[in-house]
Design a protein around this ligand. Structure first.
Ligand code: G6P
Length: 471
């Protein structure tokens, strides 16, 4: 069947997982991308092409919770070289300020090209004449160009959910030109922040030699490509409603109770990723206790670390480092029934997250670099009583909008300690002033507004492109 909207993303919104009993089941996929696109799919009745996790080869298109999903399989070698390798061993660290050292391997690149082609071909098969195809994220940057070659009639949008690095870093990539040309297959290339769009335009001018003016690239064939910022968001009303529900309200109280009703609860919720700054933030909290500024009777830090990319070496090492630190802090600082850190290595359904957000007095989001960070926005949406403090890294995209958070430099340990303490001690009036402003921002700029503005721009750009197709 031909579709008017095709979403192409490396992951489907559900992930095929094998349980301890050997049975396979579907589980919601981790990460911000999936939570952002799901409402768009529902609104536009699209079809979603993605990898379902695992290596199963014969999965048929299916519906899950009303969403039309088309699984695209990968072999074990493709997972190793395209997903774990080029996507998460090369691009992910390179695009996140080289927080870890990116590795460059020619076999990884070859497989990245091969898998991108498979996605492009599948999208070309599914799209109706003149349809819109929206390609997502760093795993699929070659798809726009490949798809344009197969189907010049399509309107193609691309959105990068992670940062786009400055030229000085991007230039390291041996395949920099191919990536830029891959993206230029789209009519509209969207980024989280204006700086990322500017990085892209500058690179296209310098490296590919195309003429550019402000946010437009002029291609030799007369087509133009626009690059602009569309800061992503959340379903703010949905989160608020969930937070207000009786079940979540009761669960939040039960969580506080289970933690021994401390005066204040600090909370971190992140995929277990080295970009998130989990280790440094726990150290900062631990030092506040050992310095005697906080006590384990008054405060506890709940850290939820969502398992992620567990076969990639950097991630395995990070998990060991964090868990050693948690053990040490609890051993040194905790008392019976009063650990300093309550650490959970697991993923939770959204209702449980909402209950945690409601239970927490200080939300701590301190990545070294983050495209946006939706956890920060979810916390704000769930603070229905306009209380609670957000401590937020300056290097998360969300800091551009959530100016009233306690903004910190995650590399500055003393600065981070001071901010945690200030947030802990802040008066209710001060908390309300800040939270009110942040809630207003989130309510007015939700995920629907994000998707609508991208789709509207894409339509305009696509129409321009069509004009150039006419004789
Ligand atoms: C981030 C990326 C997504 C990715 C998600 C989860 O949000 O932008 O593209 O899907 O992390 O990571 P994973 O490797 O499990 O897909």
């Amino acid at each position: 069947m031909a579709h008017d909207l095709v979403i192409v993303a490396n992951r489907l919104p559900v992930d095929r997982v094998k349980g301890p009993d050997g049975k396979t089941t579907w589980r919601r996929s981790p990460g911000g991308l999936v939570s952002a696109i799901e409402p768009v799919m529902r609104a536009h009745d699209g079809v979603w092409v993605g990898w379902p996790g695992g290596t199963e080869q014969r999965l048929k298109p299916f519906k899950d919770d009303g969403l039309a999903l088309v699984p695209l399989s990968m072999t074990a070698e493709e997972i190793e070289e395209h997903y774990e390798g080029f996507s998460n061993g090369t691009l992910w660290p390179l695009y996140h300020d080289v927080v870890a050292k990116p590795e460059f391997h020619r076999e990884w690149w070859d497989t990245y090209v091969k898998v991108n082609r498979r996605f492009a071909e599948k999208a070309a098969d599914l799209a109706a004449k003149g349809a819109t195809v929206w390609v997502h994220d760093y795993q699929l940057q070659l798809v726009p160009q490949m798809l344009r070659e197969l189907r010049p009639d399509l309107r193609i949008g691309f959105y990068l959910h992670i940062p786009f690095p400055p030229a000085e870093l991007f230039q390291q990539l041996p395949w920099r030109r191919q990536i830029l040309e891959g993206l230029l297959g789209a009519d509209l290339v969207g980024f989280q922040l204006p700086g990322a769009a500017q990085n892209f335009i500058r690179l296209v001018r310098q490296r590919v030699g195309h003429k550019t003016h402000r946010d437009l690239v002029y291609l030799p064939d007369g087509r133009t490509v626009r690059a602009a910022a569309f800061p992503i968001s959340i379903d703010a009303a949905g989160f608020q409603e969930m937070a207000e529900s009786e079940a979540v309200t009761e669960r939040a109280a039960a969580i506080r109770e289970a933690l021994g009703n401390p005066k204040k609860i600090f909370l971190g919720i992140d995929r277990l990723d080295y970009t998130k700054g989990i280790y440094a933030r726990l150290r900062a909290f631990g030092e506040l206790i050992s310095d005697g500024r906080l006590t384990v009777d008054d405060a506890v830090f709940v850290q939820v670390a969502v398992p992620s990319r567990e076969r990639v070496e950097h991630y395995r090492n990070l998990r060991d480092d964090i868990e050693r630190l948690v053990g040490r802090l609890n051993g040194d600082l905790g008392r019976i029934g009063r650990p300093a850190i309550s650490y959970l290595h697991t993923s939770y359904p959204r209702e449980e997250m909402a209950a945690l957000y409601r239970a927490a007095d200080v939300m701590v989001v301190t990545p070294y670099r983050d495209g946006m960070n939706l956890v920060a926005k979810e916390y704000v949406a769930c603070r229905i009583h306009e209380d609670g403090a957000l401590v937020l890294s300056e290097f998360a995209g969300a800091a551009d909008e959530l100016r009233q958070a306690w903004l910190v430099n995650p590399y500055d340990m003393n600065g981070m300690k001071a901010a945690l303490l200030e947030a802990y001690e802040a008066e209710p009036k001060e908390l309300a002033r800040r939270m009110k402003a942040m809630r207003k921002q989130i309510a007015q700029h939700d995920v629907k507004a994000w998707a609508d503005s991208f789709m509207t721009e894409l339509e305009d750009e696509g129409n321009n492109h069509r004009k150039t197709l006419r004789p």
